[in-house]
Write a protein that binds this ligand. Sequence first.
Ligand code: SPD
Length: 350
Amino acid sequence: MKNIARLMLIVIMLILLAACGKKSNVLYVFNWSDYINPDLVKQFEEAYDCEVRESYFESNENMLTKIESSRQAYDIIVPSGDHVTILVQKGLLEPLDKSKLTNYGNLDPQLLLKAQSFDPENKFSVPYFWGITGLMYNKKHVPQSLIEQKSWSILGDDYFSGKQKVTMLEDAREVIGAALIFAGHDLNDASEAALADAEKILDIWDKNITQYDSESYKNEVADGTSWLAQAYNGDALQQMAQNSDLDFFLPVEGSSLWMDNMVILKSSQNKELAYKFIDFLLEAENAKLNAEYTQYPTPNKAAYDHLDETQKMNELIYPSPEYLEKCTMIQFLGEKIRGVDALFEKIRLN
Ligand code: SPD
């Protein structure tokens, strides 16, 4: 009996010790993977004596499903613009108290204006990074002659036929968007006629596509598992920094533009800490370190001004105004998204 009591005492002491070791001030952040400089997270934890628990998603759609179905109370999430609108309409976001964001003024006013297309008045979201989508390839496997045209058409090239070496993103708006652009339509055109044209193109490309994926593609082009992949620019540049066999281009026909944003969920249990985290990432030097790490274009003007010239001059990160003219921001489509999603499902499953 005595032994049992002693054992129970030891167990209770161990539980208490474990609890003491844990931080009670925890911030739950739900973000895209490889999208934050880990040193900044550590610095924030030290400065605010807290723990940041990060979890990751690979598509806006998966993020939304998780937010709506999981019992995990996230504090901050990082949706793309069209999904900010969806989350606002669902009543899931906290209107921001900008007086708590002392570094908000560092954001580029022109980009804040652009963000109003999905968040009028910039009421619920803080731009985190923007970006552009293109094609990453492995030079060891894709001959230069195929790249010269710099066209989306490479996705359907016979060179890849039967080889299972091409991937596209697990992102309906990006996949359908690329086909719409290639067919000469606006990226946000979800009319029946435009989607029918996109489908014809996707039927050709899909013969070469081995998977629609937004996570493993990064390493797979690097290790030769695949040779060509539709890719977000920062993801590609992160890989290129480690592997000189890799390269990336922006298709001549134009591409998609998007903006990912920090938002606080209404259900957040730790809003004060969430504001501190967002403000910390908005601070100029921190935003600069974050941009250097992720290789994505920053909407933080104060950070941009202090970036290294090589970064600022890199047109794969900050494309020329002429190229940007050919690009379109992914917009919220309302009910019309059903047609886009249905086509993506059809292509993926056939
Ligand atoms: N690894 C970070 C990827 C961020 C991509 N977000 C943009 C999605 C737009 N369709």
